[in-house]
Every structure is written in C-alpha cells, then in structure tokens.
Write a protein that binds this ligand. Structure first.
Ligand code: SF4
Length: 223
C-alpha cells in the first residue's frame, strides 16, 4: 500500500489516542446490540441485487457489490460505488482505498467484522465515472432497505457523492464533514473518501476528527 509516512504516523497517533479514550470510556465497545437484525431479509435482498438489471450498469459490471460485514452492526460506512478491484472481487473497499479504510476502522478500535460497509451504487460505473441520476434512482432502494434492516446507530458516509446523495444536498464536503445529521433513525457523519485521503494528505487530520466523532456516537458518549 502506498501510504505516506505522514499518514502512517497520523494513524499510529490515532490508535494511541483511542487506546486511551477507550480505556476511560464506560461500557463502550462491549455494548450489546439488542435490536436484533434480519440477516435472512438482507440475504434475500442481496440475492435480488445480484441478478438486478434495473439500470444500464448491469451490462458492464463483472460483479454486483452488495455490501459486507456485520448484519446487525451499530456502525455502517457508505461509499460511492465499486471500483475496478471491487468489481473483480464482488466486495466493497478492497483496493488501495479499502486498505486505508480498514486501517481507519482499526484506528477507531474496531475491525471490519464489527461494522457493515456498502456503497450507494452496487455496480461499477465504467471508468469510475460519476453515477448518473437514473442509476442512483434505480439503485438507492437497495441501500435504503439495507439501512432499514441493519438499523445502525451511526452511519459514516465516505466522500462527497455518498453524503450529498443521502442528505439530498449540493453542499460541499468542506461544509458537510464533521457535522451530525439525522438519517433513517441513525446519526450520520460525513467524512472524506479514503481515496481522497490518499491523494490529499492535508485532509487526514480533519478526517480523523470526524472518525473520533463517529466513535463517540457509536459509544453513546455525550457530545
Ligand atoms: S447499479 Fe443497482 S440498480 Fe443498477 S443494475 Fe446494479 S444493482 Fe441494479
């Protein structure tokens, strides 16, 4: 993975910081999830999506990338759409940006198995172009049902597209990030996409502030 030493240093600092935070946080990480989940419904929805032909992306995809992780997760990360590697493997966030996301999650004191990861769009747009409005409209019901069935406490959107689509706004990332929004009964915090953090290392500190906020909401800590 081609991370800069500066980024690695920040993530190491983050881990140290969270180790202290978690040590003092009462009843945080071990909080039991008492909502229950409907993993069967999610499986059925996933099978439906895997044969979906509702938009033109069905013609160019290799795989439908439905989502992965814990089906009763308290924390859900939502990105834009699969990239080339995700399209090949059928899993979300498995390329270079995905590896950084894994490290970000671990820096929060969690693992990928503790959370659920999905995208707004389930099939890769050719050449990673922005999804078109008709593709978003066709695909969004899958995400809405995923969120309904997982019923997370916190949603962290990754990048401008996911935040703007879910919040139905045209506000810039700079204005959206670090704020708490309500979305389908969950708290939603937008932050930068890991791919953007790989390109713009000056955003890694504000992104870390966002992740600390996400962790506090996840813990139920007073903000
Ligand atoms: S992007 Fe969504 S709506 Fe379009 S074919 Fe794939 S799963 Fe269906």
């Amino acid at each position: 993975m081609n991370e800069s030493p500066d980024l690695l240093e920040t993530l190491a600092l983050a881990r140290d910081f969270l180790a202290r935070e978690i040590a003092y946080a009462p009843a945080s990480i071990a909080r039991m999830n008492d909502r229950g989940s409907d993993s069967d419904s999610l499986t059925i929805l996933s099978q439906e999506a895997c044969s979906c032909q509702k938009c033109g992306l069905a013609r160019t995809r290799t795989s439908v990338v439905f989502g992965s992780g814990r089906t009763d997760a308290d924390l859900v990360f939502i990105g834009e759409a699969p990239g080339a590697e995700e399209d090949r493997q059928g899993l979300p966030f498995v390329g270079a940006a995905g590896q950084l996301l894994t490290r970000m999650i671990e820096a929060m004191g969690l693992t990928r198995e503790d959370v659920y990861i999905a995208n707004v769009i389930k099939c890769r747009p050719p050449n990673n172009r922005d999804p078109k409005p008709d593709e978003i409209a066709a695909c969004q019901p899958y995400l809405l049902q995923q969120i309904e069935q997982i019923a997370p406490v916190v949603i962290c959107t990754l990048g401008r597209f996911a935040a703007q689509t879910l919040l139905q706004t045209t506000e810039s990332m700079g204005r959206l990030r670090g704020k708490i929004f309500e979305y389908q009964g969950a708290k939603l915090v937008p932050t930068y996409h890991p791919a953007a953090l790989l390109r713009n290392t000056q955003w890694k500190r504000p992104a870390w502030e966002d992740l600390k906020l996400v962790r506090k909401l996840y813990d139920g800590t007073e903000i």
